[in-house]
Each structure stands twice: as structure tokens, then as C-alpha cells.
Design a binder for this molecule. Structure first.
Ligand code: PCA
Length: 223
């Protein structure tokens, strides 16, 4: 018999570990807090939090393992960007890598993430709707078409590639690298991220509600 936790659809939340120039990555603490708060606020879902290594070779493998383990209905990835002044929603991942050293001093193996892949993959959460919901509540939120060409872009692209086969929606959120000071403090980032989860889950809830009971799979939301 499935236990309560196994019967609920999973939301996967990821942050990153350190990388050159960023010794403490604020996205890791954000994701851990966020998962705790979200479990209380949205008990119909299971929340899995993972901190990804900021490494060209290991990050995509970790993403794949997380999909195999959790079969998430929604994957939201978080990372820091030094130039971000608020929440930055990434609208697409691009099939390229900038030659920047990762956390273990390695460079990407090639100029592209996937030789046979499309030039870009669009995020599958409703980015404009989420930006609107956040801005209306006073959290500064922008939409970006350039996730940077480093590991955040790579994770978004890889996650979108894998998610296709799982029917999972995917988004990437950049936050400022310092969440201890203005313009965005940790508590605000957490509240805004919770709103992102709620809005991103709306179409998933609607789809589950419209699916006849016997047609549902274990990955769909119980009504
Ligand atoms: N930011 C980097 C990688 C890890 C992170 O938090 C980026 O923007 O690609």
C-alpha cells in the first residue's frame, strides 16, 4: 500500500552549492526553508528539496536522479545572480555553455549542452502570469530570456529536456546573491517563492480536477 507521502504528487525544489566567487550560495538556504514552509501551506503535495553541485558534469546527472526518484509534477530551480535586483524568472534555457570554471575548477566539455538538442527550451510554468502575481504583491519581479550560460542555464535546459518525458512543469528563478540585505531579504524571497509555487501549481490542480478518477495516475493531484 502506498503511504501518505508516496501518494501525493511531488514538487521538486533545487538550489545550488558554492561556486567561484560565491562561497555561500543563498539559494541553498532559500530552498531548504521554502520546502519546510510549503509542506505546511500545501499539504496535498510532497516537497523535495535538493542542493545541486555547481558542476558541469555532476549537476545534470543529479537532476536526472532526482526525476527518477521523485517523478515530480513541478520542478522549480533556484540560483543566485549577482546582478539580480529582485526575483528574475528565466523564460528559457539555451543550448550553450560559457567557458566558466565550475566549483571543482572544470570547464564545460563542449560549447553546447546537447549536440542534437534545440537551440532553446522554453520554461513550462506560466512566466508572465507569475511575474504579474508577484509584482501585484509588491515583490520586484522581472522576466529574462538569458539565464546566463553558466550552471543555472544548464540546469534549466537539462531539466526541461528530462521533464518532457515525465509530464512535469519546469521553471527557473534567479534571486540576488545576498538575501541578507535589501532589495530582497530571505523572508521576502521565501514569501515570493511560495507564491510562485502556488501559481505554478494552478494548471496542475485544474488538470487533475478535470481528469476522471479512474484515468488518474499516481502522479496526478488527488482532488
Ligand atoms: N548561480 C549560477 C550557478 C549557481 C548559481 O546559484 C548561475 O547563475 O549560473
Amino acid at each position: 500500500m502506498l503511504g501518505r507521502s508516496e501518494s501525493r504528487p511531488t514538487v521538486l525544489l533545487t538550489g545550488f552549492g558554492p561556486f567561484p566567487g560565491v562561497r555561500v550560495n543563498a539559494s541553498a538556504a532559500l530552498v531548504r526553508h521554502l520546502a519546510r514552509v510549503a509542506r505546511g501551506r500545501l499539504p496535498a503535495f510532497r516537497f523535495a528539496a535538493a542542493i545541486l553541485p555547481t558542476e558541469w558534469a555532476r549537476a545534470p546527472r543529479r537532476i536526472e536522479t532526482l526525476y527518477q526518484r521523485y517523478h515530480p509534477v513541478l520542478a522549480l530551480h533556484f540560483g543566485v545572480a549577482s546582478g539580480a535586483h529582485g526575483i528574475r524568472l528565466e523564460a528559457e534555457g539555451r543550448n550553450f555553455c560559457r567557458p566558466f570554471h565550475d566549483a571543482v575548477g572544470e570547464l564545460p566539455m563542449a560549447a553546447t549542452l546537447c549536440a542534437a538538442g534545440p537551440a532553446q527550451r522554453r520554461a513550462t510554468i506560466d512566466v508572465p502570469l507569475i511575474a504579474d502575481a508577484l509584482n501585484r504583491r509588491g515583490w520586484r519581479c522581472s522576466i529574462s530570456n538569458d539565464a546566463g550560460g553558466y550552471l543555472c542555464n544548464a540546469v534549466l535546459y537539462h531539466s526541461l529536456t528530462i521533464a518532457g518525458g515525465h509530464g512535469c512543469r519546469v521553471g527557473f528563478i534567479h534571486v540576488p546573491s545576498d538575501l541578507a540585505t535589501q532589495p530582497l531579504r530571505m523572508a521576502e524571497a521565501e514569501a515570493a517563492a511560495l507564491k510562485i509555487i502556488e501559481v505554478a501549481l494552478e494548471p496542475i490542480r485544474t488538470a487533475a480536477a478535470e481528469t476522471p478518477a479512474q484515468g488518474r495516475t499516481s502522479s496526478m493531484l488527488p482532488k
